[in-house]
Design a binder for this molecule. Structure first.
Ligand SMILES: Nc1ncnc2c1ncn2[C@@H]1O[C@H](COP(=O)(O)OP(=O)(O)OP(=O)(O)O)[C@@H](O)[C@H]1O
Length: 223
């Protein structure tokens, strides 16, 4: 079973003056339960790829298939609901809401689901326990270390129980010890919970610990 399939993906950014071919004929299959790294030099198209897989941007041509559903023309609300149920996002700079405490940040993806408040609270506490932050529920992001912020962000990414986690340089802003903790957590979400993970990274050592490295150069897959 495949979690992610890309077929003949091209992405061209057009402005008045220039056209940039950011992805060229990308074909990619990621199986359910795989942990894959995406590597390549700055500007080679990694973020563009992650945005397309994450349904945050559309390819210029080609097809995107997530969990056996071909993403065609869906209304914005259908697409948002699909994204919300299938995909969890983790970013380099955490993207937490600074004015909300840990509990409220993690609850956000559940707000639009038909779920009772008590069920939401139960689920939020469960995932915060999963990432080892049960003792920091009422802290604000500014009162947490970088590694803790990223663990809150991971809890938020998994609270809706998505099968796929997309991580864009998840340890890029962390020192090596905190980075290793975050990587351990991602590996356990993959091995123990069976989630598919696609991670962009510049860290060769972390990439080698994943099942497969996909390398890009100049918008093309090189192996
Ligand atoms: N909105 C945009 N408009 C025009 N060109 C863009 C846009 N976004 C990205 N590009 C171009 O597309 C190419 C791929 O960019 P992308 O951000 O995907 O690279 P990247 O591999 O993620 O780089 P980095 O490692 O530096 O984050 C680059 O040449 C970039 O300049």
């Amino acid at each position: 079973m495949n979690a992610i399939e890309l077929k003949e993906i091209n992405k061209i950014y057009r402005t008045d003056e220039i056209e940039t071919l950011a992805l060229e004929n990308v074909n990619l299959t990621i199986e359910k339960g795989e942990f894959v790294s995406v590597m390549g030099p700055s500007g080679c198209g990694k973020s563009t790829l992650l945005n397309i897989v994450g349904l945050l941007d559309e390819p210029t041509s080609g097809s995107v298939i997530i969990d056996n559903t071909t993403i065609g023309k869906m209304s914005d609300s259908k697409l948002a609901a699909f994204r919300n149920s299938k995909l969890g996002f983790v970013f380099q700079s955490f993207h937490l809401i600074n004015s909300l405490n840990v509990l409220d940040n993690v609850e956000l993806p559940l707000i639009y689901r038909s779920m009772s408040a008590s069920e939401r609270q139960r689920r939020v506490r469960e995932v915060l326990e999963r990432v080892g932050l049960s003792h920091r529920l009422r802290h604000m992001p500014s009162q947490l270390s970088g590694g803790q912020c990223q663990r809150v962000a991971i809890a938020r990414a998994i609270v809706g129980n998505p099968e796929i986690i997309l991580a864009d340089e998840p340890t890029g802003n962390l020192d090596s010890k905190m980075g290793a903790e975050v990587m351990d957590l991602l590996h356990s979400l993959n091995k123990e919970d069976g989630r598919t993970i696609m991670m962009v990274t510049h860290n060769e050592q972390q990439a080698r610990q994943t099942d497969r490295i996909i390398r890009f150069f100049d918008g093309r897959q090189v192996q």
